[in-house]
Design a protein around this ligand. Structure first.
Ligand SMILES: NC(=O)c1ccc[n+]([C@@H]2O[C@H](COP(=O)([O-])OP(=O)(O)OC[C@H]3O[C@@H](n4cnc5c(N)ncnc54)[C@H](OP(=O)(O)O)[C@@H]3O)[C@@H](O)[C@H]2O)c1
Length: 283
C-alpha cells in the first residue's frame, strides 16, 4: 500500500500532539453534524433571516463582529499556531500558510469593511457562534500545515496541483459573488430607494435579485465558491483537518443556501425558476 495515500501520513505519528490533533478532528466532525441539523431547523438569524427576538443576546457592531469571529482565529491565531506550535517550516508549509491567508485576510479584515450590510448591528450570539467553531477548525488546520512533513517532490504531486487549482477557482467565484452582492447596493444605497427593493418581515428594505455569472444558475454562488475552495484545500493539503473544515462549511452552506433560495422565491414573484440553491443544475 502507498503510505503517502493515507491522509495522516504527513503528520507526525503516535506522539501526544498526534492524538490531540486527531481528537480535535473528531470533535470537528461531530460539530459539523450538529451544525447541519441546527441550520436545517432554523437558519442563523442574521442578514435575510435576521430576527430581533433577543434570543441571541445583545447587539454589537456588525463589522466589528465579523472581524472578531473571522480575523482573530483566521489570521492572528492561525499565524501564531503555525509559527509557535508548528515544527516544520519548509516551502510547502509556507505556501499553504499563504493560501489560507489569501482567503482570511480578505474574509476577516477587508470583507467586513467593504460589504454594505443592511443592518449596522448583529447579535453577539451570531458572532460567538462563528468565533468558537472557527477557533477549533482554524487551530487544527494551522496545526496540520505547521507540522506536516511533505516530501520534497510534493510540489509536483497531482494532489497539490489539482487541489491548488480548485482552491483558486473557488476563491475567484467566492470573491466575485460577494463583490456582485456588494455592488447591488453600491448605486442604490444601503436602504435601497431604486428598483423596487424588497421589504423583509422586519420592515427593512434593500434586497435585489442578483443577475449574471453563477447567479444565473444558483442563488448562493458565494457559498458555492467557498465550498469549492475548501474542497481544493483538502485535496492540496491531503489533510483530515481540511476535510472536517470542508464538511463544516457544507453543514452551513447546504441548509442556509436552501433557506436563502426559498426566501428569494417568496420575496420576488419574478425570481428565475431555473436557478438552484447551491450546486449548479443539481441542488
Ligand atoms: N466558512 C463558513 O463556515 C462560512 C459561514 C458563513 C459565511 N461564510 C462566508 O462569508 C461570506 C458572507 O456570508 P453571508 O452568509 O453573510 O452571505 P450573504 O447572506 O449572501 O450576504 C453577503 C452580503 O451581501 C448582502 N446581500 C445578500 N443578498 C443580497 C441581495 N439579494 N441584495 C442586496 N444585498 C444582498 C448582505 O447584506 P445583509 O447583511 O444586509 O443581508 C451581505 O452584506 C460568504 O463569502 C460566505 O461564503 C463562510
Amino acid at each position: 500500500m502507498d503510505l503517502q495515500a493515507i491522509p495522516w501520513y504527513f503528520y507526525e505519528e503516535e506522539t501526544s500532539k498526534f492524538w490531540v490533533h486527531f481528537g480535535l478532528v473528531i470533535l470537528g466532525f461531530v460539530l459539523a453534524v450538529i451544525t447541519l441539523i441546527a441550520q436545517w431547523v432554523k437558519p442563523a438569524p442574521y442578514g435575510k433571516h435576521e430576527s430581533n427576538d433577543g434570543n441571541w443576546g445583545p447587539m454589537i457592531h456588525q463589522r466589528l463582529g465579523h472581524m472578531f469571529s473571522d480575523a482573530l482565529p483566521g489570521v492572528l491565531m492561525f499565524i501564531l499556531v503555525f509559527v509557535f506550535y508548528g515544527n516544520v517550516k519548509e516551502v510547502l508549509n509556507y505556501i499553504f500558510l499563504g493560501l489560507w491567508l489569501l482567503h482570511y485576510v480578505h474574509r476577516g479584515i477587508l470583507h467586513p469593511l467593504l460589504m454594505r450590510y443592511r443592518s449596522k448591528q448583529v447579535a453577539i450570539g451570531i458572532t460567538l457562534g462563528g468565533f468558537f467553531p472557527n477557533c477549533l477548525f482554524h487551530f487544527i488546520n494551522a496545526d496540520f500545515i505547521g507540522n506536516a512533513k511533505y516530501p520534497s517532490n510534493y510540489l509536483y504531486d497531482p494532489r497539490f496541483i489539482i487541489g491548488v487549482i480548485i482552491y483558486i477557482f473557488g476563491y475567484i467565484i467566492n470573491r466575485w459573488a460577494d463583490s456582485k452582492l456588494r455592488s447591488l447596493r453600491e448605486m442604490k444605497g444601503e436602504t435601497g430607494n431604486f428598483d423596487s427593493p424588497v421589504t423583509t418581515g422586519n420592515g427593512c428594505t434593500g434586497y435585489y435579485i442578483p443577475y449574471g455569472g453563477f447567479f444565473e444558475l444558483i442563488s448562493c454562488p458565494n457559498y458555492f465558491g467557498e465550498l469549492v475552495e475548501w474542497f481544493g484545500w483538502t485535496v492540496a493539503t491531503w489533510s483530515p483537518a481540511g476535510l472536517v473544515w470542508t464538511l463544516f462549511g457544507a453543514a452551513t452552506f447546504i441548509p442556509r443556501s436552501w433557506h436563502n433560495h426559498k426566501w428569494y422565491q417568496q420575496m420576488f414573484e419574478n425570481y428565475p425558476s431555473n436557478r438552484k440553491a447551491l450546486i449548479p443544475w443539481i441542488y
